[in-house]
Design a binder for this molecule. Structure first.
Ligand SMILES: *Cc1c(COP(=O)(O)O)cnc(C)c1O
Length: 446
């Protein structure tokens, strides 16, 4: 509902009594392995607000993990998806196709970087898109090895667990993992031993050395990287790193895959984060922000690569569901109409300004070791004051203090010490600032 009042309201403890009751039912019926950041049960959501079953209204700095960039009930998404729902819910595109799927693929060809001929295939989840990018790259190159990076995150299925760097909670106890996956260094500026100014050149040289000496470039089907690393801690690879890896891939016939599942669709202030350094990936995986909250994902790329898989080799019962496609067309329409790239850049300006002021007030920057990210994908990395030692406890305490005041924030990072901010791009500037006020007060509780 787009008429949900855009005002924070805290009228019970958070979570409130109705949420606590539902949480008891949930604990009895839902598998323990499925967690929740904040067990507040949602009644409705839209714009920058999540309203819970107790009538509290939370400021949303999470967007359901970078999904509801247009809001959780955007008018064009609701209108188009509702109309599609009434017409038909499903036929299976592999049985009898429909126009919405084709139209989403046409939009993806227009919006993704590069003016070469492009094709797409649609799926349900981000992990499924990444798996299919690997299938396509292997079919095209007739090679098997896949290269990924330290701190990378690509999903929770068997192959994507293998691609994901962090053990706990994503991989622990769930192996054995898919073979022929190799991990190499990434240019993590804040933690690069010789400093951020050297990280781009040194990390790319190390990565390329490991690929050529340990794997053999001629065996590599794909190099997969998030242009801004998401779950790993909102790490922007230092300048020069991505272009060098992309050049190496091109020179060696390796398919360069940008995993833009979190960073894509206006999140960083550009349609895709790889545009920032002028990268044109061979394949690009998208999901999360693509469809205003409906489950949809895609692999888009060079037509000759996308066509390498034999007919019937790609697909799935639900892939490119018609309602999800209608949602995507509504979300893309909203992004263009409201200039959400511009909104994301404005969110960056406000957030980085305020976070910089907060750090300046703390002696030596206090626990705020680093402020980083682009657009509406901003994070602070928290450390023990005066060191670079990760402070996961302070991060958890800050998140808890924010939650109690009705501000939903998420954490991430290999060391669990990154507080990340992913507000819907349509959030009002007053709510954005109110959320930052709450964060600022939370520092006093440490
Ligand atoms: C979330 C995410 C995925 C996995 O997407 P799911 O829809 O959860 O399967 C893959 N890659 C990146 C970069 C992500 O952020």
């Amino acid at each position: 509902m787009s008429d949900i009042p855009q005002e924070r309201r805290v009228r019970t403890a958070i979570p409130g009594p109705k949420s606590v009751e539902l949480q008891a039912r949930r604990t009895a019926a839902v598998a323990a392995g499925v967690g929740s950041t904040l067990p507040v049960f949602t009644a409705r959501a839209g714009g920058g607000i999540i309203e819970d079953v107790d009538g509290n209204r939370l400021i949303d700095f999470g967007s359901g993990i970078a999904v509801t960039s247009v809001g959780a009930s955007a008018e064009a998404v609701v209108r188009r998806a509702s109309a599609q729902l009434a017409d038909f819910t499903h036929t299976c595109f592999m049985v009898t196709p429909y126009e919405g799927y084709v139209e989403v693929c046409e939009r993806l060809a227009e919006l993704t970087p590069g003016d070469h001929a492009k094709k797409s295939a649609l799926f349900n989840s981000g992990a499924e898109a990444v798996e299919n990018a690997v299938k396509i790259a292997r079919a095209y190159t007739k090679r098997t090895a896949v290269v990924v990076f330290d701190h990378g995150y690509h999903g929770r299925t068997n192959l994507t667990m293998a691609l994901t760097a962090k053990n706990m909670p994503y991989k622990q106890g769930f192996g054995p993992f898919a073979p022929e996956v190799y991990r190499v260094p990434v240019a993590y500026g804040y933690r690069w031993p010789t400093g951020p100014e050297n990280a781009g050149a040194e990390a790319s040289a190390q990565a390329i050395d490991e690929i050529t000496k340990q794997i053999g470039a001629q065996n590599v089907a794909a190099i997969i990287i998030e242009p801004v690393l998401g779950e790993g801690g909102f790490i922007e690879p230092a300048k020069g790193f991505l272009p060098e890896i992309a050049r190496f891939a091109k020179d060696n016939g390796i398919v360069f895959v940008a995993d833009e599942i979190q960073s894509g669709f206006c999140r960083t202030g550009q349609w895709f984060a790889c545009e920032d350094e002028g990268i044109v990936p061979d394949l690009i995986t998208t999901a999360k922000g693509i469809a205003g909250g409906l489950p949809l994902s895609a692999v888009t790329g060079r037509a000759e690569i996308m066509d390498a898989a034999h007919s019937g080799g790609l697909g799935g019962t639900y892939g490119g569901n018609p309602v999800a496609c209608a949602g995507a067309l509504g979300a893309i329409e909203t992004m263009i109409e409201l200039d959400l790239n511009g909104r994301a850049r404005r969110i960056e300006e406000v957030m980085k300004g305020r976070l910089g002021e907060m750090r300046a007030k703390l002696p030596n920057g206090g626990v705020i070791g680093d402020i980083r990210g682009r657009g509406a994908m901003i994070a602070i990395e928290l450390v023990k004051s005066g060191t670079k030692e990760p402070d996961a406890a302070a991060t958890a305490a800050l998140a808890k203090a924010c939650h109690a005041e009705g501000l939903l924030v998420l954490t991430c990072g290999t060391y669990g010490n990154v507080l990340r901010f992913l507000p819907p791009l349509v959030i009002g500037e007053d709510l954005l600032n109110e959320g930052l006020d709450i964060l600022e007060q939370a520092f006093a509780t440490l």
